[in-house]
Design a protein around this ligand. Structure first.
Ligand code: SF4
Ligand code: SF4
Length: 337
């Protein structure tokens, strides 16, 4: 079994965290069965967020009787202290607990610090003093905010997108977290659906002893795959290295990583999904991406006003509006078949 310790939090768990965003999309009964199975088979870290609708409630219902054996991380998108307190109390109520192991600022556009005028960090510290939360973390999609958070010394964990398709910039964040004794929680370890070999994804991340991947689980089949890695962790053998090399070659260069640095789009376009649609429809069952939800996301591309907010914020130098338009043309040809 591979273990990871999240820096100075001391939280030590096996290298399979449960990402509880996708359980919003399934029923209470189904999610209770998945969560319980995850727990029974050894998963101990569950990551949710106030923003994930009923995800916290589902965790609370399914796992309240084993609360002390788990680590629960949640997140707040609050921008003011009053909102912070009301979100924290709601999260505790929904999760049916009186403390969170880790509370994270959820993808803020700046790094909250004491004295910045928002009162957010002060509220976080007070919640810790009162025992309502045990550790303070931050999640982000922006390299600059992530670096600032690490260098500030104010945070115990960073949650950031990280997979074998990541670049040297993300690797540097992992190294910096280690230097600062911070835990690194890897979101999008399957690069939002582009990586289809979970053993390769696992084995790549297993090289980093401060990195905990949280796998977004919605189906039992997916869960079973990750559960099997608790007892039999995949390691980077020649076969998996070949998978990684092939994917890097195939997906290398001018492709959207789904990092979301370019958001928000003033027209509400889901750029991380839409700018990768041509890749996604070729790497996953077609039906998933041709449903109504994705058709309406793709149709929104037509509302682009070419403000270039996205391209000017893309760290990979992509011409995002033209990439979106090419993806839409390609998608429409799939729809017409
Ligand atoms: S250029 Fe288009 S896609 Fe990009 S941010 Fe502006 S409206 Fe959104
Ligand atoms: S367009 Fe660039 S910034 Fe936006 S999600 Fe893709 S890679 Fe990230």
């Amino acid at each position: 079994m591979d273990y990871v310790t999240l820096g100075k939090t001391g939280i030590t768990v096996n290298k399979n965290g449960f990402g509880a965003l996708p359980i919003q999309r399934i029923t209470k009964e189904e999610s209770a069965r998945l969560l319980r199975k995850a727990y029974d088979k050894g998963i101990r870290f569950f990551d949710t967020a106030r923003f994930y609708t009923d995800s916290e409630e589902k965790i609370g219902c399914a796992l309240k009787d084993v609360r002390e054996n788990l680590f629960i991380a949640s997140k707040t998108m609050s921008t003011k202290a009053e909102e912070f307190w009301s979100q924290l109390h709601t999260s505790l109520k929904e999760l049916q607990t009186d403390y969170l192991d880790l509370y994270q600022f959820h993808n803020p556009s700046f790094c909250p610090k004491p004295g910045d005028g928002t009162g957010l960090y002060e509220a976080m510290s007070e919640a810790k003093e009162k025992g309502l939360i045990r550790h303070i973390g931050i999640t982000n999609h922006r390299l600059s905010v992530a670096r600032e958070a690490i260098e500030s010394g104010l945070y115990e964990t960073l949650q950031f997108p990280f997979s074998y398709l990541s670049t040297e910039k993300e690797l540097e964040l992992v190294r910096l977290c280690k230097e600062h004794d911070m835990g690194f929680i890897a979101m999008k370890a399957l690069s939002g659906g582009l990586i289809t070999n979970s053993a390769a994804a696992y084995a790549f991340l297993a090289q980093f002893d401060n990195v905990l991947p949280i796998w977004g689980v919605q189906k039992e089949k997916e869960l079973d795959e990750f559960l099997s890695y608790i007892d039999t962790p995949p390691f980077l053998d020649m076969d998996l290295i070949a998978v990684i090399d092939k994917d890097r070659k195939e997906l290398g260069g001018e492709f959207c990583r789904g990092c979301g640095y370019c958001l928000p789009c003033p027209k509400g376009i889901d750029i991380p999904t839409c700018a990768r649609m041509s890749l996604l429809i070729r790497r996953a069952p077609l039906s998933v991406y041709l449903n109504e939800e994705h058709q309406s996301k793709m149709a929104r591309i037509k509302e682009c006003i070419n403000c270039n907010h996205c391209s000017s914020h893309c760290p990979y130098g992509l011409n995002t509006p033209s990439l979106l338009s090419a993806n839409l043309t390609d998608y429409e040809t799939f729809l017409a078949i």
